[in-house]
Design a protein around this ligand. Structure first.
Ligand code: HSE
Length: 326
């Protein structure tokens, strides 16, 4: 199947690297200032080298509108930075692709948090699929885990570490004594943080992920403004040391209590032997289900390759479904 990649930052470039040898053909790539299209398939090493050298993936004269009007793709992969307020410009791009009868796979949280039900209805009307596994918890298959693996269960509560950048910062501060700005800079350099890292450290990114899980899998209907949010930007080394001296640590925890319609993100002091105490960019999500009881998912929540893994899972699911004539 032919793929158009919209967004060519850390995630888009990571995806381009892993798509070689998967059988998918990338026919178009766009970044915020340029694009390239080849209906027979782009030379991805060449596109990656051009991006590295010039900062542009293609020609400045063309853009997303040209890719859409070319129609030279079966799946649009939208991996541009998240806009939490409106979901734009990605939301409009995704709407257009679905309306054209193209499948969409995205790691972009904005459109899914702002307009999932509208987009899913549009996908259904046009007989195509909308994959968003990569929007929540990176490589952790939490969307398919809740939708398929735990189908038939009612989720009574969800608690989780949903932001790899914050977890990385807290881990590096505790283990290496780095200051908060030093640890944040490392997370940015390694491609874990959002384009606007205040989304990470102020808890907004984790809150958007809770909105996605709540609205698309837990039968709720909430907005970002309904989430009670506190970030980690005022956590000090002293606070971490104090927690440590009591056999505990500090983690940014997201919580959904569907029956109380309660959703919040806040730093919490938790015992070191608690299942949610994971290190580095790991995410951990514990759900309490009526039938299955407690189930915990753990895996890498940020970074180009963990995110590419989730995107590739959606791409393969679509290809397998359509090979079977779904
Ligand atoms: N900035 C996000 C994080 C990327 O650190 O978790 C994955 O959504």
């Amino acid at each position: 199947m032919r793929i158009a990649i919209i967004g060519f930052g850390a995630v888009g470039q990571g995806l381009a690297r892993v798509l070689a040898d998967t059988g998918f053909t990338v026919t178009a790539v766009a970044d915020s200032r340029s694009a390239c299209i080849n209906k027979d398939g782009l030379d991805l090493p060449e596109v990656l080298a051009r991006k590295e050298e010039s900062g542009l993936c293609g020609s400045a004269g063309i853009g997303i509108a040209d890719i859409l009007s070319s129609g030279a793709f079966d799946i649009l992969v939208e991996v541009s930075p998240t806009n939490a307020e409106t979901g734009e410009p990605a939301l409009s791009t995704i709407r257009s692709a679905l309306a054209m009868g193209k499948h969409v796979v995205t790691s972009n949280k904005g459109p899914i948090a702002c307009a999932y039900h509208e987009l899913k209805a549009l996908a259904d009307i046009n007989g195509v699929m909308l994959g968003y596994e990569a929007t929540v918890a990176g490589a952790v298959p939490i969307v398919s885990g809740l939708r398929h693996g735990l189908a038939g269960n009612t989720v009574r509560s969800l608690h989780g570490i949903l932001n790899g950048t914050c977890n990385y910062i807290l881990t590096r501060m505790r283990d290496e004594g780095l200051t908060y700005p030093q640890a944040l800079q490392e997370a940015r350099d390694l491609g874990y943080a959002e384009a606007d890292p205040t989304y990470d450290v102020k808890g907004i990114d984790a809150a958007i992920k809770l909105v996605i899980l709540a609205n698309t899998l837990l039968g709720m209907d909430i907005r970002l403004s309904d989430v009670d949010i506190t970030g980690i930007d005022s956590i000090t080394l002293e606070a971490l040391s104090l927690a440590e001296s009591e056999g505990a640590t500090i983690r940014l925890i997201g919580e959904i209590l569907p029956e109380r319609n309660q959703v919040r993100v806040s730093p919490r002091v938790i015992p070191l032997d608690h299942p949610l105490v994971v290190d580095g960019t790991l995410n951990a999500i514990s759900v309490c289900c009526d039938l299955a009881g407690p189930v915990t998912f753990i895996g890498k929540g940020a970074g180009p390759y963990p995110t590419a893994s989730a995107i590739l899972a959606d791409l393969n699911f679509i290809r397998d479904s359509y090979d079977r004539g779904a």
